[in-house]
Write a protein that binds this ligand. Structure first.
Ligand code: ADP
Length: 647
């Protein structure tokens, strides 16, 4: 076994790999960029090497710099995590040429599966069912549109180098094809530097079910059952689970056999995932699943498999890379209970899931045990920067049954407190409580169909507002929560001089009179607030610069503490639209003087390698608009309208 490894990654996955390495007595070397100088993975590792500035192209993607760091520190092997260099065959070759071991498959295996088109051709030959479609070299618009027509609409355009749902467009009619193709290509070019696409039949009522496989260098290959990742938003996984709800014995036998066949076809070594798309329009049928792609690395959602098999996949990766045979044979691997994983992101579901940045001033997770894992790479006070994926943590739960596991997930979400950035926690909780999801009736379109309801957070109740007002008045710690009067706003023995506090929730100004009498507080609100009962018992409060966040059930309500200066600055900007996040202005579709209508796309902002269309907030005449190619900061003015009275 290795005595020292380097982890060529950051965030939660770097921390997760370090934990297993430490348990196995292996020393660890972290690498880090400027932005990560004080990151958790750096603190956890035995040693750390600075590899460059914050942008990934100048740090985490610099293969040679990372190999140098391994050689300098005497590490014998490199664990790539997921993303970054994990599926880059040239990196694998370079690692091996330097006399080091890559903890993952061979460069040849990655090449065979790296491009979706070539992988499909290979799997077809190996006898694995693949999605009907066009996966050839010719990329002309006329040819592709013709193929789409042959395949039959709806079709899916996919970047052949794709990942994470980027460069993918569903197209419902020939009229939309050219624009969708252009969009997919643009996104693919930006994210992968490769604009080639394939066209596939869009599978009806699709479910995404994937099989975890493992191979070693002694000719063994096994599967570790399936994961269901059908709960997706714009092709990105939101909540994953194992096993798949409704899975039958025949279907599981057919899928796992196909997955092992796929792994064997490329003499696969290490952890890998075979992703299948399943037509669930008529339940799960053993002849209605097709190979989509293979991920030749550890997946983000690997912990759900660990929870139901009791196997540490990172330990297996290390053993296989060190030349050992797989620790278990197929008949020694069994399924136990049910597991869920929810991905907590810094993003705003209410604003079209725009990625957010910010400092996590307050961060609290439920206590961990054998059935609850919190996978994170951040601590309180750390920042979610615009440079990296805005995932904050993964909550992973396990129980005997799906119903109990889902309840455990709901509880874990409600017990999580994050302030300083918006998060998707309330959205995840709404999904966990959705009747169809709870019944296991999930397809990849479920979230899209129900999105409006799922992103809706009820306004804060009187108790939550009172809790914020008390905190603002500086009596947040009075009295102890055991006091029966503590949760009743409006209670007082008599009126002492009240302290006036002003808060802002969204666009709503809230004014409150707070007083303390005989060690008890009372709050009178000037603003009418619906006296909604608190869903999660007594609301919990966190204070951070300029703000107060109240946690009530799975919802977090952030109040701005009144700041007249900021308001004046806002008014000066007049009638304008601002950048919801830092990004690059990719395309501008309007010019000064244009008359635009509400909802009309004005520009495309690229942030976190995804494109976001910014549409007119209302009807009006444009006075100014940003130029294409501009890098804008969060809150920068993108569009100014001609003032209504001047127009
Ligand atoms: P990526 O590598 O970008 O993640 P995938 O090929 O894995 O792309 O597909 C991502 C998701 O897109 C799948 O999980 C599934 O929800 C959806 N999808 C992919 N192919 C199809 C298809 N042919 N029909 C319907 N949905 C599909």
């Amino acid at each position: 076994m290795f005595t020292k490894i380097l982890i060529a990654n950051r965030g939660e996955i770097a921390c997760r790999v370090i934990r297993t390495a430490r348990r196995m007595g292996i020393r660890t070397v972290a690498v880090y960029s400027d932005a990560d100088a004080r990151a958790l993975h750096v603190e956890m590792a035995d040693e750390a090497v600075h590899i460059g500035p914050s942008p990934v192209t100048e740090s985490y993607l610099l293969g040679n710099r990372i190999i140098e760091a391994a050689l300098e520190t005497g590490a014998q092997a490199i664990h790539p995590g997921y993303g970054f260099l994990s599926e880059n065959p040239d990196f694998v070759d370079a690692v091996e040429a330097a006399g080091l071991t890559f903890i993952g498959p061979s460069g040849a295996s990655i090449r065979a599966m790296g491009l979706k088109d070539a992988a499909k051709r290979l799997m077809e030959k190996a006898g694995v069912p693949v999605v009907p479609g066009y996966h050839g070299e010719d990329q002309g618009l006329v040819l592709l549109a013709g193929k789409a027509k042959e395949i039959g609409y709806p079709v899916l355009i996919k970047a052949r180098a794709g990942g994470g749902g980027k460069g993918m467009r569903r197209v419902d009619s020939p009229d939309d094809f050219p624009e969708a193709l252009a969009g997919a290509r643009r996104e693919a070019k930006a994210a992968f530097g490769d604009e080639s696409v394939l066209v596939e039949k869009y599978v009806d009522k699709p479910r995404h079910i994937e099989v975890q496989v493992f191979g070693d260098n002694h000719g063994n290959a096994v599967h570790l059952f399936e994961r269901d990742c059908s709960a997706q938003r714009r092709h990105q996984k939101v909540i994953e689970e194992a096993p798949a709800p409704g899975m039958t014995r025949e279907m599981r036998a057919a899928m796992t056999a196909a997955a092992v066949k796929a792994a064997e076809a490329i003499k696969y070594s290490g952890a890998g995932t075979i992703e299948f798309i399943v037509d669930a329009s008529d339940g799960l049928k053993a002849d209605r699943f097709w190979f989509m792609e293979m991920n030749t690395r550890l997946q983000v959602e690997h912990p759900v498999t660990e929870m139901v098999t009791g196997i540490d996949l990172v330990e297996w990766q290390l053993r296989v890379a060190a030349g050992e045979a797989l620790p278990k044979s197929q008949n020694q691997i069994a399924l136990d209970g049910h597991a869920f994983e929810a991905r907590i992101y810094a993003e705003d579901p209410g604003k079209g899931f725009l990625p957010a940045t910010g400092t996590l001033h307050h961060l609290k997770f439920p206590p961990q045990d054998a059935d609850l894992r919190v996978e994170t790479g951040v601590r309180a006070g750390d920042a979610i920067s615009p440079f990296y994926d805005p995932m904050i943590a993964k909550l992973v739960v396990h129980a005997d049954s799906r119903t109990e596991a889902l309840q455990a997930l709901d509880n874990a979400l409600a017990a999580t407190e994050i302030a300083g950035s918006v998060t998707n926690i309330a959205f995840l909780a709404a999904l966990a409580r959705d009747a169809d999801f709870a019944a296991g009736d999930v397809d990849t379109g479920l979230i899209g169909r129900k999105q409006d309801g799922l992103v809706q957070v009820p306004p804060p109740g009187a108790e939550a507002v009172a809790a914020a007002a008390r905190e603002a008045a500086g009596i947040g710690t009075l009295p102890a929560s055991g006091d029966p009067w503590a949760s009743l706003p409006g209670y007082a023995h008599f009126h002492a001089t009240p302290r006036r506090t002003r808060l802002k929730f969204g666009d709503t100004d809230i004014s409150a009179h707070v007083s303390v009498v005989n060690g008890r507080w009372s709050v009178e609100l000037d603003t009418p607030i619906s006296p909604a009962p608190s869903p999660g018992g007594t609301p919990r409060v966190a204070r951070w610069p300029g703000h107060i966040t109240v946690f009530d059930g799975a919802a977090g309500y952030t109040f701005a503490v009144h700041d007249p200066l900021a308001q004046a600055a806002d008014a000066a900007a007049g009638d304008s639209m601002r950048a919801p996040m830092p990004g690059l202005v990719k395309i501008v579709r309007a010019a000064a003087g244009d008359i635009v209508t509400k909802g009309q796309p004005l520009l495309v902002l690229e942030a976190m390698k995804m494109e976001h269309t910014i549409a007119a907030s209302h009807d009006g005449v444009i006075a100014d608009i940003v130029a294409e190619g501009m890098q804008v900061t969060d809150g920068a003015v993108l569009v100014r309208f001609v003032e209504a009275d001047a127009a």
